[in-house]
Design a protein around this ligand. Structure first.
Ligand code: C2E
Ligand code: CA
Ligand code: CA
Length: 337
């Protein structure tokens, strides 16, 4: 542990490589002699297994080898195999969750959320399979499929629900030099007005080259697409990017909104995020709104949009449009009687 900590602190500061600032993190696996192997080859293999686990725990972690990890590694391999097949076999689908304008409580948009219904495993959570797709290098084709399907769906909805926006989650690994071309092609193919497309990107992107990200966002916004920062406040970023990068919306992470009644610190954080966003003329979306008390707190704080089980869970496309139309019908009925 002491050696790993020393390596981590030695590499904690960024260094310069061909005029670029580079930041490294260490993921270490530790195998002990003689408990975890009697020869160098076996110790190295087991340290490798532990290192894979360390990587899954996030950046800058270390993990000690244990025999359970071998089982985890085998399970993971099987999952990877199923995932590779799932993309070809079209086992993925998109669900949609409404985003409500907090003032008049109408649906202004929907967030597309990926679902994997595996014949062998049942529904698998995206929290489980998306990080794996990122590591396996299949997030790009999968992300493209998500973008294309969501844009097509939004376009199809526009005859009944004009102006409905669709938000698509984009992994920072998708944001390379081909991304703009991909988006342009998808927009052209679907015929969706780019003003109705919003991209949700987590703060992790700000660890990348700032100039590149700034250029990319500017180009997307010049097409009319909006950019939301997802899980705002949970990443490693500094506030300076809010000044330097062109964005439209901050999405307040559910972790700040859970049990907010009993938690004055979370209350203060949420109110500060809303004040910050309003001051910067950015939109705010609160996610994971499950009860009326939280909704009222957010209304008082000046939050603009809300999303959560209080209104609707993510739904398959047919159910979602029915939901939106029912809510509209109910509202009309209510205002006429
Ligand atoms: P996220 O973008 O923060 O999405 C919000 C998650 O909260 C969704 O989980 C949603 O179903 C859930 N949720 C919404 N309202 C409530 C609520 O009131 N209470 C509670 N407890 N949960 C609520 P989901 O669908 O399981 O997605 C998890 C994460 O997987 C997403 O977090 C996102 O990071 C990722 N993800 C989902 N679809 C995609 C995708 O197409 N591409 C990428 N790159 N990531 C995706
Ligand atoms: Ca999201
Ligand atoms: Ca979140």
């Amino acid at each position: 542990m002491r050696v790993v900590t020393r390596l981590q602190s030695a590499l904690a500061l960024p260094f310069t490589l061909e005029d670029k600032s580079v930041l490294l993190s260490i993921s270490a696996g530790i195998a002990l002699y003689p408990e975890n192997g009697s020869c160098a080859a076996e110790l190295m293999d087991n340290a490798d297994v532990a290192q894979e686990q360390a990587k899954l725990s996030g950046q800058n972690h270390y993990t000690f080898y244990s025999s359970d990890l071998n089982k985890t590694a085998t399970d993971r391999l099987a999952l990877e195999e199923d995932l590779r097949y799932a993309l070809e076999a079209k086992e993925f689908e998109l669900y949609y969750q409404p985003k409500m304008d907090i003032r008049n409580q109408t649906a202004v948009g929907v967030e597309a959320l990926l679902r994997w219904n595996s014949p062998a495993r049942g529904f698998v959570s995206p929290m489980e399979f998306i990080p794996l797709c990122e590591q396996m290098g299949i997030i790009k084709p999968l992300g493209e499929w998500v973008l294309e399907s969501a844009c097509q769906q939004a376009k199809a909805w526009h005859s009944e629900m004009p102006e409905l926006k669709v938000s698509v989650n984009v992994s920072s690994l998708q944001l390379d030099k081909d991304f703009i071309d991909t988006v342009k092609a998808v927009i052209a193919k679907s015929g969706l007005d780019p003003k109705c497309l919003d991209l949700e990107i987590t703060e992790g992107i700000f660890l990348e080259n700032k100039c590149m990200v700034s250029e990319l966002f500017s180009e997307l916004r010049s097409m009319g697409i909006t950019i939301s920062i997802d899980d705002f406040g949970t990443g490693y970023s500094s506030l300076s990017y809010l000044r330097d990068l062109p964005i439209d919306t901050l999405k307040i992470d559910r972790s700040f909104l859970m049990n907010i009644e009993e938690d004055d610190t979370s209350k203060a954080i949420v109110n500060s995020i809303i004040t910050l966003a309003n001051g910067l003329h950015l939109n705010t979306v609160a996610e994971g709104v499950e009860d009326v008390a939280l909704l009222n707190f957010l209304i008082q704080g000046g939050c603009r949009e809300v999303q959560g089980y209080l209104f609707s869970p993510p739904l398959p496309p047919e159910a979602l449009s029915q939901w939106v139309l029912d809510v509209e019908a109910w509202r009309c009925h209510f205002s006429f009687t």
